[in-house]
Design a protein around this ligand. Structure first.
Ligand code: S3P
Length: 444
């Protein structure tokens, strides 16, 4: 599919964003490994999270869905059954990396595969620590999926300094540590999203977490079991980001986004936007384990900034949207320390470079970021234009481009947008609800 994008009016009204993708994956994993019946509310029915759910179904876990509630009949840490076939995780990096931690400790072997994009993503980052723990995990494709995981008895604990800021690598080790002997210590130099740590606490797994200079040390022992519980998943901040962007850059916008996840390891985009002059009010903040709030966002004249490099891991998924905001700001914006963008569903630095070039935006590319030269002091868009944009089959590139194209009189086409269904299947419905003009066009 492609998106056909016409000029949008200001985005207005009140919307609710679907559930958080990272938390949805973890809720299925923890509830499946818990003893007995857990309930999940607000699960994201996107293709990535469904791939995780189907993987556990294929390992014998039973689920019942009633409206917004999923009941999971967990089979305990040692109750998974050998899958009858390869486990296909589609486009989902979180599924393959976190599941590898669990499967490395099972008494059966398994093979994990994915689509073309997932099959080109680096897995040595998890193969290395899992092998140190005694796992028998191999890539069939020079460090990329398919992954072959052999059966195992008990894993060793490790003391591991994360070489890259990655919540998927950290979480893979923590899931494997549910099955390891002795104390595991994972050290991160820069704090990454902490949903696994929070959810382990909800399922009764004791963890100790210590703040260090800019990062965190996490220590845990394998528990005797995970205690079933109820998980209420807030809206996905990363999905909300596209509508925050729309409200900030499209004149006459005034939008309320309800029930957005406000975990501080995810919301650095708000700080960055506020530093650029964005009018965003955070109201009705609630929630114990995973906080949430409503956001009121108004059209704002943004100005460029040097993005603080320490923010980067906490807005890594929002950088495509941030690049669009930078292009629509006066002056220039610099982003560095973002080389990880090259290892996402696409090389997001190159992909966004292509998008910006198509829109007529001036930028300089670096191996780990970009300088984007935005608008003149009057924030006039006159040198920019819509057009035909390639999204490289990457959901976040597709949605960021569609919002950018909503600014132009000329009709635009964003190509290859099917993968929006991996994280935000209701994107078009919500876009329509707020007054944007984005529709589907079949591939010709
Ligand atoms: C995720 C971690 C991040 C993020 C991804 C989801 C997670 O990946 O980009 O969308 O749920 O743990 P990395 O760990 O590769 O940074």
């Amino acid at each position: 599919m492609n998106f056909k994008v016409k000029k949008g009016k200001g985005v207005r009204g009140e919307i609710t964003i679907p559930g958080d993708k990272s938390i949805s994956h973890r809720s299925i994993m923890c509830a499946s490994l818990a003893e007995g019946k857990s309930k999940i509310y607000g699960f994201l029915e996107g293709e990535d999270c469904l791939a995780t759910k189907i993987a556990f179904q294929d390992m014998g876990i039973k689920f019942e869905t009633n409206n917004d509630e999923i009941v999971v009949y967990g089979s305990g840490l040692y109750g998974l059954k050998e899958p009858k076939k390869e486990i296909n995780l589609g486009n989902s990096g979180t599924s393959i990396r976190l599941l590898s931690g669990i499967l490395s400790a099972q008494k059966f072997s398994s093979t994990l595969i994915g689509d073309e994009s997932l099959s080109s993503r680096p897995m040595n980052r998890i193969i290395e620590p899992l092998s140190l723990m005694g796992a028998n995990i191999k890539s069939q494709n020079s460090g990329r999926p398919p992954l072959e995981i052999g059966k195992s008895d008990m894993l060793n604990s490790i003391n591991y300094d994360l070489p890259i800021a990655s919540a998927q690598v950290k979480s893979c080790i923590l899931f494997a540590s549910l099955y390891s002997e002795g104390k595991t210590i994972v050290r991160e130099k820069q704090t990454t999203r902490n949903h696994t740590e929070i959810m382990f606490k909800q399922f009764g797994v004791p963890l100790s977490i210590r703040d260090t200079d800019g990062g965190r040390d996490i220590e845990m022992y394998s528990p005797s079991n995970l205690k079933s519980t109820e998980i209420d998943i807030p809206g996905d901040f990363s999905s909300a980001a596209f509508f925050i962007l729309a409200a900030l850059i499209i004149p006459n916008s005034n939008l309320t986004i309800k029930n957005v996840g406000m975990n501080e390891t995810r919301t650095a985009l708000l700080n960055a936007f506020q530093e650029m002059g964005a009018e965003i009010d955070i109201i009705n903040k609630t929630g114990n384990f995973e906080p949430r709030a409503d956001l009121k966002v108004k059209f704002s004249k943004l100005k460029g900034i040097n993005l603080d490099t320490k923010f980067v891991p906490n807005l890594i998924d929002e950088l495509p949207a941030f690049f669009v905001a930078a292009a629509m700001s006066s002056g220039s914006t610099a982003v560095r320390n973002a080389e990880e963008l090259r290892h996402k569903e696409s090389d997001r630095l190159e992909a966004m470079g292509d998008v910006l070039r198509s829109l007529g935006v001036d930028f300089n590319m670096y191996h780990d970021g970009m300088d984007i030269n935005g608008l003149d002091n009057n924030n006039e868009l006159n040198t920019y234009k819509g057009g035909i944009i390639e999204s490289y089959g990457d959901h976040r590139i597709a949605m960021s481009s569609a919002i950018a194209c909503s600014l132009f009189d000329q009709e635009s086409l964003v190509l290859n947008t099917d993968n929006v269904n991996t994280s935000f299947p209701t994107f078009l419905e919500i876009a329509d609800q707020v007054g944007l003009n984005i529709s589907l066009e079949e591939h010709s």
